[in-house]
Write a protein that binds this ligand. Structure first.
Ligand code: TXA
Ligand code: MG
Length: 321
């Protein structure tokens, strides 16, 4: 049984923390997407995450903490440059990969010697972390391969009966996952683009390298990148800005459209023109259209500046699937 509770209700937070202490799974909102949480120091509880999601065991999990002090209990070492970036961007949509601390079980890191840590910028997530008092391992709360959930109803659609409680915090603000940056190297390396832009990281840190999605070295560094991702059931077709309606007309079958222009129709979802607005609504639009049982969903791409780069990364992966 899965219960859905209001995330801002203190009694619900207390119950969620008690469930986590008992080794159960709790889904909760972050500012990026919903997470599927378990006590990060309880390996049996964490095993439940992999089972519930159908997640490959070689894909490590992000550990969520309330603050810097709690982060220190998870990592082996906090290098000075990592402190700079954490001080500037936490709480926020940045996961920092650091040497793993001794308390973190193998299953969290997929056996690797690094761990990804993040302080999320969402009042419900922070309150849960505070009341729970430990560290919460949490991937996005979707079945493996599906678009990440940006609403509690998305979590329920994917994981009903597989998670003890869902804390409902409404729509997540960013709508895309966190940026993952490996800070164990001389030059920081972005493994996954996300809510914090590369431009922002470079302004803070100077040189920052970035793995583009297709780089095969990504396979060793961030195993999650090689798995099928963000894909609805319908085939996703990525086209240029303003090319959506023409592309739909040229296709047979039932074809949906995600556009940022004033297009109309039952199978059309129009998203805001800004990259922030597009990111916020994208996964929900994909899931809504997918419920209509379409053959294809045409999505108009966006300029790769700022958050646009992370959006295009997700769209390319969705289109590959
Ligand atoms: O915004 C987010 O990051 C959300 C919310 C819930 O925090 N979480 C999320 O988790 O997207 P997940 O598991 O869906 O994606 C985590 C990504 C995966 O690609 C994984 O391979 C990578 O981060 N990752 C985690 N730990 C890592 C590590 N130690 N080294 C390299 N990559 C790591
Ligand atoms: Mg995920």
């Amino acid at each position: 049984m899965t219960t859905v509770r209001g995330g801002h209700d203190p009694a619900a937070i207390d119950e969620a923390a008690a469930l986590l202490r008992a080794g159960q799974l709790v889904a909760f909102p972050t500012e990026t997407v919903y997470g599927l949480g378990a006590d990060a120091f309880n390996k049996d509880a964490v095993a439940g995450i992999f089972a519930a999601k159908g997640r490959p065991a070689d894909n490590p999990l992000i550990v969520h903490v309330a603050d810097m002090a709690a982060a220190r209990a998870v990592v082996g070492e906090f290098p000075p440059l990592a402190e700079v970036v954490a001080a500037a961007l936490w709480p926020g949509s940045l996961t920092i990969v650091l040497p793993r601390g001794p308390r973190v079980p193998d299953i969290v890191t997929a056996g690797g010697d690094t761990v990804g840590v993040r302080v999320p910028a969402h009042p419900v997530a922070l309150q849960l972390l505070k009341v729970f008092g430990g560290a919460i391992a949490a991937p996005s709360a979707n079945r493996s391969g599906r678009p990440s959930p940006t609403l509690a109803s998305h979590v329920l659609a994917d994981l009903a009966g597989r998670v003890a409680m869902i804390l409902d915090g409404g729509a997540t603000e960013v709508g895309l996952e966190s940026t993952v940056v490996d800070m164990t190297r001389d030059v920081p390396l972005v493994l996954r683009r996300g809510g914090v832009t590369l431009e922002r990281l470079r302004a803070l840190l100077g040189r920052v390298d970035c793995l583009e999605g297709q780089d095969t070295s990504a396979v060793a560094r961030s195993p999650g990148l090689r798995h099928r991702h963000y894909a609805p059931r319908a085939r996703v077709v990525l086209v240029g800005e303003g090319e959506g309606e023409a592309a739909v007309r040229g296709m047979s079958g039932r074809v949906g459209l995600i556009s940022r222009e004033a297009a109309e129709g039952e199978l059309v979802r129009v998203l805001p023109g800004s990259a922030e607005g597009f990111a916020h609504g994208l996964f929900a639009a994909l899931r809504e259209l997918d419920l209509l049982g379409l053959d294809r969903i045409v999505v108009e791409g966006i300029d790769e500046a700022g958050l646009g780069a992370a959006i295009m990364d997700r769209l390319r992966r969705a289109a590959e699937g």
